[in-house]
Ligand binder design. Structure first.
Ligand SMILES: Cc1ncc(COP(=O)(O)O)c(C=O)c1O
Length: 379
């Protein structure tokens, strides 16, 4: 039965509220349980939690009130920019995550190019469909080749005067693949080329440091116009935090006369901004060295998962490039549901059909063993 919830007449004690909140929290699936394999986010480190709490009221929608956070915002933007070879004079905007970054990219492309078609690889995240709907742009889908990468021959055929933007992905949501960004940039010429590195942007640079031979995806490639990258995924920031970089200045700016500070240029106005100092604390506490260690462990665990899945007869769709591993399966929605009933969060792919696992820092080999034991009963 649906209970009617009314606005409370009288206040409850702090103790009562805390006890109620703790009960509600138990309904959430906690990363520390080791049972979450379907999320691209993880536990923030302790210092990030503390710093987030310290700045909980911060609001960069009114930047004149938050000069301190604005300073840290500049520092994190430049620090991540350093990892992706961002030109010193490029546009750097802080967002609520990959969805907002991808909307900004298409918004910018439509403004700059004055047209409305967007070429999306079949691997593109659904946030681009939201962006197209919102901006009244038309998505056209780029088929994949046998390796689940964009078909470059098809891309060549699809390019014409009506295209405002092409999207490439560094760390695809379903398979964790890095698309051939350099080759795509060469084909598309002057059309706005946006790279969605929401997940991979804070994985690939560290994997390269660790000696992995991976293709470039960033501003080192001349044809890359903009990049989305999410600290709240593998950057281990608190939520929400995304970064948007653009080689050209972002053309959308509105006057904000009743606020202190400059005009607003991002999608959101008033916004929670505590994740900025929290991420600043994370990168300063871990350093590149800390991220490398964490990512090296995630990759070892991903290998462990792939080897262990073989034992129960599940084949990887591709050899994992980063800490995402997906396996062929003919009825993923049922398996995901049955695992959920047993208290395990796993995810699925649709291109092609399969089961998907993101091996974030909260996943260890003991959790993998336990999960596979349960999975073997439902596949
Ligand atoms: C490649 C990619 N881009 C964009 C997004 C959207 O990010 P968010 O949920 O932070 O808006 C995701 C989320 O999974 C993603 O994997």
């Amino acid at each position: 039965m649906n209970m009617k919830y009314t606005f409370p007449e009288k206040g409850k004690s702090k103790k009562e509220i805390l006890s109620l909140a703790n009960k509600v929290k138990e309904l959430n699936q906690d990363y520390t349980s080791g049972r979450v394999f379907g999320s691209m986010c993880s536990n923030p480190i302790d210092i990030a939690r503390d710093i987030h709490k310290m700045f909980v009221e911060a609001n960069l929608g009114n930047p004149g009130l938050c000069r301190g956070i604005e300073k840290l915002q500049g520092e994190i933007q430049r620090a991540v920019g350093d990892l992706i070879n961002a030109p010193p004079d490029c546009e750097m905007l802080t967002t609520g995550g990959g969805t907002e970054g991808n909307i900004l990219a298409l918004w910018q492309a439509r403004k700059e190019m004055g047209k409305g078609k967007v070429i999306l690889p079949m691997s593109a995240h659904f946030s681009f469909l939201k962006a197209c709907d919102l901006l009244d742009m038309e998505p056209v889908f780029l088929p994949m080749d046998d390796n689940y990468l964009p078909d470059l021959g098809e891309l060549e055929d699809m390019i014409d005067d009506s295209i405002a933007a092409v999207v490439g992905i560094a760390g695809t949501t379903e398979l964790g693949l890095i698309e051939p960004i350099k080759e795509m940039a060469e084909i598309i010429g002057d059309i706005h080329f946006h790279v969605d590195a929401a997940f991979g942007g804070l994985v690939i640079p560290f994997l390269k440091d660790l000696g992995y031979d991976l293709p470039n995806f960033d501003f080192e490639i001349e044809g890359v116009d903009s990049i989305t990258i999410d600290p709240h995924k593998m950057g281990l920031s608190t939520i929400p935090l995304g970064l948007y970089y653009s080689r050209k200045r972002f053309p959308v700016s509105v006057e904000s006369p009743y606020l202190s500070g400059e005009g607003q240029r991002t999608l959101r106005g008033t916004r929670t901004s505590a994740s900025i100092p929290a991420f600043w604390a994370t990168i300063n506490h871990l350093g590149k060295e800390g991220y490398r260690k964490i990512i090296a462990r995630c990759m070892e665990n991903t290998r462990y998962l792939v080897d262990s899945m073989e034992v129960i007869g599940l084949d990887p769709i591709v050899e994992p490039v980063m800490n995402i591993a997906s396996f062929h399966h003919h009825r993923p929605p049922d398996v995901v549901r049955e695992m959920e009933l047993k208290g395990w969060n796993i995810s699925r792919t649709v291109n092609p059909n399969g089961l998907r696992f993101v091996i974030m820092p909260h996943v260890d080999t003991a959790a993998i063993d336990e999960m596979i034991h349960e999975l073997s009963k439902v596949i």
